[in-house]
Design a protein around this ligand. Structure first.
Ligand SMILES: *[C@@H]1O[C@H](CO)[C@@H](O)[C@H](O)[C@H]1NC(C)=O
Ligand SMILES: *[C@@H]1O[C@H](CO)[C@@H](O)[C@H](O)[C@H]1NC(C)=O
Ligand SMILES: *[C@@H]1O[C@H](CO)[C@@H](O)[C@H](O)[C@H]1NC(C)=O
Ligand SMILES: *[C@@H]1O[C@H](CO)[C@@H](O)[C@H](O)[C@H]1NC(C)=O
Length: 347
């Protein structure tokens, strides 16, 4: 950065007063611009029973080394495109690592080897397109992994190898088009899976055969066309299911079998014209059991005899129905534009 003193030398005495005044003003404005440019500061440091917490945000200068007792490390909002391979060397007590809002396009394969006690890794808003196989292999204590807002187009089972304790996996806002079979086969502790806002057209039928204690499943904002029978069975603990803003035209009859704990079901903004008999009965009586409710608005429902099953169930559970005014019939002609609930009552 240029300093005030070195700039001053550029102003020789022999210039016309006009020019020197211009120069003077220019220098003044440069000087004041310098004043508003934040000076590098230090990272924030605090201490707890677990060790040091270090938070680095611009304009802080990132130190080359962190204290050996660092338990919490955040290096965020720097737009870093790379991290030195040995960034975490010697930080064996690290529990949380937050690297969000950088521009990391890849991570070194051995990057996480020095931090086997890591519990939380947040890589939100980077530029990751892939991960090295076995990146997390040493992380048997990791319970939260956030990869949202990256550029992942696909995933490989080998990337997730070793995540025995993982409870929360956030892959939302990437570019995922397909998922491979066996992806979560060994990720059996998972409680929250977020795949929202990707480009998924279908899911492998075995996706949830590893994690059998899911509580929250986010699939909204994809291009799913069919919800198959086997995907969610059995998920006895599932409480929140988000399937809204997809292209679902088919939900198979057994799709909700065994979902006894559901508190929220969002099927809004899909392409559903009808649903098979028996689908809803599996959900029991939401009016008694559902804490939140269900949303089936924004679908082109065809309100004919085939909807009788749904209509009967709606009648009994309308207290838990969201967006009633936006849940309307698209056909047949006689019912077009009518609220589904009104059509249900007329049936
Ligand atoms: C210390 O670590 C334990 C175990 O991970 C954690 O439960 C606790 O919240 C941490 N304490 C602080 C102050 O960070
Ligand atoms: C990072 O990039 C964003 C968006 O381009 C920009 O607004 C921000 O100032 C940059 N931050 C730094 C520390 O360079
Ligand atoms: C899952 O675990 C089994 C048994 O430990 C192992 O053979 C397999 O390679 C693992 N798969 C992945 C993708 O980690
Ligand atoms: C229902 O929605 C329509 C437009 O979609 C609006 O004009 C009307 O006021 C709404 N009624 C209620 C009760 O919210």
């Amino acid at each position: 950065m240029s300093s005030w003193r070195s700039e001053q030398k550029l102003s020789p005495g022999g210039l016309s007063s006009q020019l020197s005044r211009t120069l003077f003003l220019l220098l003044l404005s440069m000087a004041s611009a310098q004043e508003v440019t934040p000076k590098p500061t230090s990272c924030l440091v605090s201490h707890s029973v677990n060790g040091s917490s270090i938070s680095c945000h611009p304009p802080a200068r990132i130190p080359r080394r962190f204290p050996a007792d660092t338990a919490y490390l955040a290096v965020e909002f720097f737009n870093l495109t790379q991290l030195p391979d040995d960034t975490l060397q010697g930080l064996a007590r690290l529990q949380e690592l937050h690297l969000s809002s950088n521009q990391l396009g890849s991570l070194p394969p051995e990057f996480l080897v020095p931090v086997p006690r890591l519990e939380v890794l947040d890589l939100t808003r980077n530029a990751l397109t892939r991960l090295p196989p076995g990146l997390f292999a040493a992380l048997a204590a990791l319970h939260t992994l956030v990869l949202k807002e990256n550029r992942l187009e696909g995933l490989e089972p080998s990337w997730l190898q070793g995540l025995k304790a993982l409870e929360h996996l956030d892959l939302s806002d990437n570019r995922l088009q397909t998922l491979p079979p066996g992806l979560l086969a060994n990720v059996t502790s998972l409680r929250v899976l977020d795949l929202s806002n990707n480009q998924l057209k279908a899911l492998p039928p075995d996706l949830l055969k590893g994690p059998l204690r899911l509580e929250r499943l986010h699939l909204e904002g994809n291009r799913l066309q069919v919800l198959g029978e086997g995907l969610l069975a059995p998920q006895p603990d599932l409480r929140y299911l988000f399937l809204n803003d997809n292209k679902l035209a088919t939900v198979e009859a057994g799709a909700f079998q065994g979902l006894r704990q559901l508190d929220m079901l969002d099927l809004s903004n899909n392409l559903l014209t009808g649903v098979p008999k028996g689908l809803w009965a599996a959900l029991g009586r939401p009016a008694w059991d559902m804490e939140d409710g269900f949303d089936i608005s924004g679908n082109p429902w065809v309100c004919d005899g085939d909807l009788e099953d749904l209509c009967g169930w709606l009648e009994a559970n309308k207290d838990k129905m969201f967006s009633q005014n936006a849940t309307r019939c698209a056909g047949p002609e006689a019912f077009k534009g009518q609220m589904l609930l009104a059509a249900a009552e007329a049936h």
